[in-house]
Ligand binder design. Structure first.
Ligand SMILES: *[C@@H]1O[C@H](CO)[C@@H](O)[C@H](O)[C@H]1NC(C)=O
Ligand SMILES: *[C@@H]1O[C@H](CO)[C@@H](O)[C@H](O)[C@H]1NC(C)=O
Ligand SMILES: *[C@@H]1O[C@H](CO)[C@@H](O)[C@H](O)[C@H]1NC(C)=O
Length: 424
């Protein structure tokens, strides 16, 4: 510490005198990042300083605000911190802040389907949870994966017009190890080679396909990638800093080392844009840091969460009961029976049926996976039939039919649901 200070002093004096000893000059260039002689050095210095700037942008409560906690944690993860160690409290506190942000949102809206969260936001938080070695399936007892999948259904009309957010959700599910339905993979490129939001969209679409790696979609994957490469300007950028960052991420996600040179001038451009003299916005830092560090969203969580004490297990929430009534007065057998099903906070009504099926021999059901979620086909051997125009209608606590299916409904303590055998 003292030596560094002394050295700094010597450099200062030497600078003033205008006569720098060659050894000291070398030290200065490596240490201070003030003069960046080579491209590599310049790049590495920009990452280092960008991370510092990002950490300095935190508010008094150690957060960045406006629901960008996850994006900030992801940027730090990809640029520098492979693992967020608990021993580094001044950094780890921002992981906690991300958790608080998400928990606070869940406490207001358990399904997280509000406009703010029902788009790409939750995808970033799921990725942030992954990046910090936490389990998105059990985040303080909440199943974030169920909620995210739910978005594919309840936000489908929005996502159909925004393949950027759609692909982001698929990337988050893919990174969480979830299988992706083929209809979702079809959806993100209805016209391969056409992208409403240009390079930005092509980049995330490409990363989604590349993450899933389904050979059936190789053509759509290649179309997106070629679109990115062709969008490169003569000056080496792919548009503004944000677009360039996404394109560069996609190129690194591809793992094609021969294309690295294609990113150099783009990276130079981003390095310039986050110079301290430019006082870059937080959003710009979040966007360009991973790309300058030559990483992509697909690198999230690819470093091992080594020992348990480095990861985080969040405490589970307690369980509660909901009432499930099965009612049928339209076939020969009249049926009216009620059970109490156990549920953890954040589980769906469908989970309640599964829990009941697993614990109570007097209850059984069957369901099919449809594009809009789980479709209940049969309860206690009373089977829905298209020919007889019979189906299981689900009524909520207030007696009116549910807006969405059982797998999109998040019950609360004391709710009552009726599965009513009905003719349409
Ligand atoms: C690079 O070229 C594009 C297209 O010619 C232009 O719009 C953009 O402003 C240029 N960017 C820089 C940083 O020179
Ligand atoms: C079935 O029960 C409903 C009340 O939930 C009633 O309105 C209806 O008339 C009954 N149908 C038959 C065929 O008994
Ligand atoms: C219900 O439980 C049985 C075993 O008791 C199992 O075979 C079946 O798959 C379960 N059904 C559902 C929908 O989970």
């Amino acid at each position: 510490m003292l030596v560094t200070k002394l050295l700094g002093l010597i450099i200062l004096i030497a600078d003033v005198l205008g006569d720098v000893h060659p050894v000291i000059r070398d030290r200065r260039q490596v240490d201070a990042c003030s003069e960046r002689p080579t491209y590599g050095e310049r790049r590495r210095c920009a990452v280092k300083d960008g991370v510092k700037q990002l950490l300095q942008k935190r508010n008094e409560d150690w957060s960045w605000g406006e629901r960008v906690e996850a994006e900030a944690i992801i940027a730090l993860h990809l640029a520098k911190y492979k693992v967020f160690k608990k021993t580094k409290a001044s950094l780890y506190i921002s992981v906690k802040q991300m958790n608080i942000d998400l928990l606070s949102a869940v406490s207001k809206d358990n399904s997280l389907t509000s406009k703010e969260w029902g788009r790409g936001k939750l995808a970033y938080y799921v990725l942030g949870v992954k990046a910090t070695c936490q389990d998105p399936r059990d985040f303080y007892g909440h199943d974030l994966i169920d909620k995210l999948k739910n978005h594919l259904i309840v936000s489908s009309s929005y996502l159909d017009s925004n393949k950027f957010d759609y692909s982001l959700i698929l990337i988050a599910l893919c990174k969480a190890g979830e299988p992706i339905d083929t209809h979702n993979l079809n959806d993100i490129s209805t016209t391969p080679g056409y992208y409403t939001f240009g390079v930005d969209e092509a980049s995330v679409v490409y990363m989604a396909y590349h993450c899933v790696g389904n050979p059936t979609y190789k053509k759509a994957e290649d179309a997106a990638f070629n679109f990115i490469l062709q969008a490169k300007n003569e000056n080496g950028t792919f548009g503004n800093e944000y677009s360039t960052a996404l394109a560069v991420q996609a190129i690194f996600a591809s793992g094609k080392r021969t294309l690295r040179r294609q990113t150099r001038t783009g990276i130079d451009y981003m390095v310039d844009s986050i110079g301290r003299n430019k006082d870059p916005f937080t959003s710009l830092l979040l966007s360009v840091l991973p790309a300058i560090a030559r990483k992509s969203l697909l690198d999230i969580g690819s470093w091992q969460c080594t020992t348990p004490e480095q990861g985080t297990t969040t405490p589970s929430t307690p369980t509660f009961l909901v009432a499930i009534t099965v009612f049928n007065n339209i076939t020969a057998i009249d049926y009216d029976r009620t059970w109490s099903a156990t549920l953890r906070q954040g589980q769906t009504l469908y989970d309640a049926l599964v829990n009941l099926n697993n614990t109570d021999s007097t209850f059984s059901f069957k369901s099919e996976t449809a594009t809009w979620g789980q479709y209940i086909t049969s309860i206690n051997d009373m089977t829905a039939s298209t020919d007889d125009r019979q189906y299981w209608q689900i009524l909520g606590t207030d007696g009116s039919p549910l807006q969405y299916g059982a797998s999109q409904t998040f019950p609360s303590q004391g709710d009552k649901y009726t599965f009513k055998f009905t003719i349409w």
